[in-house]
Design a protein around this ligand. Structure first.
Ligand code: B1M
Length: 182
């Protein structure tokens, strides 16, 4: 129909997810419906993915991404990974509920330029702090840039935990990642 993939993603899929969140807050939708919405979104993203990353890519750096410990939300993290791939990064996706020691192990194994963390729950934001602390304790904090994001995350929180950057959405995350490796 000639609609740009970015428009489908932002005005269709992401806007619809916002509506699901509001209905959940109002007690009109429950966890099973959120899960169905999440599966529909994942299926839609699989169709959009090749169109979102169709520009020719040159490897600009390596990123390890994951949703932090205790948190199972992965749609936003997957979008960030997709946009970064589209921007030319090699992406190592650690999945969800990633413990601080697993981030440290991935830094040792893959030597990425950036560690990207996603959190969707206010209760899992402290896992970001714990991960930064684990990177410091393992002596690898200065080898990587730390980029964080997710609905409850703010620039202020990023500054507070000593991250190198915060991005409010997937496209600014890939822009920020490029700026961090430049
Ligand atoms: Co959850 N959930 N959920 N949930 N869920 C939220 C987050 C919530 C806001 C809903 C609400 O109350 N309105 C609320 C959190 C409240 C809070 O902490 N303040 C909530 C809750 C409470 C819960 C449970 C506790 C519910 C329960 O069991 N009682 C539970 C927790 C489970 C757990 O993680 N341990 C739970 C479970 C689930 C499902 C499993 C059912 C499902 C997730 C399925 C999945 O991800 N595979 C789910 C869903 C779907 C949602 C909502 C409806 C949608 C999330 C989403 O995918 N959004 C959500 C409400 C909402 O957000 N409106 C909600 C679309 C996605 C594209 O956006 O993830 O924000 P987002 O990502 C954005 C940006 O944040 C940013 O870029 C992305 C793209 O633009 N970004 C980054 C994300 N990561 C980034 C990383 C970066 C940079 C940018 O750098 C590395």
């Amino acid at each position: 129909a000639g609609i740009a993939p970015g428009t489908i993603l932002n005005d269709g899929c992401i806007a619809a997810m916002g509506e699901v969140g509001s209905l959940f807050e109002q007690g009109e939708m429950f966890v099973p419906e959120m899960l169905i919405a999440a599966r529909a979104m994942q299926a839609g993203m699989a169709i959009l993915k090749p169109h979102l990353s169709e520009d020719e890519v040159i490897a600009v750096g390596k990123v390890v991404v994951g949703t932090v410990s205790g948190d199972l939300h992965d749609i936003g993290k997957n979008l960030v990974a997709m946009m970064m791939e589209g921007a030319g990064f090699e992406v190592v996706d650690l999945g969800t509920d990633v413990k601080p020691e697993a981030f440290v192990a991935a830094v040792t194994e893959h030597s990425p330029d950036i560690v990207g963390m996603s959190a969707l729950l206010t209760t899992t934001m402290p896992s970001m702090t714990a991960t930064v602390e684990a990177l410091v304790e393992a002596g690898v904090r200065d080898k990587v840039k730390v980029l964080i994001g997710g609905a409850p995350v703010t620039q202020q929180f990023s500054d507070q935990i000593g991250a190198d950057g915060y991005a409010p959405d997937a496209s600014s995350a890939s822009r920020k990642a490029k700026a961090l490796v430049a």
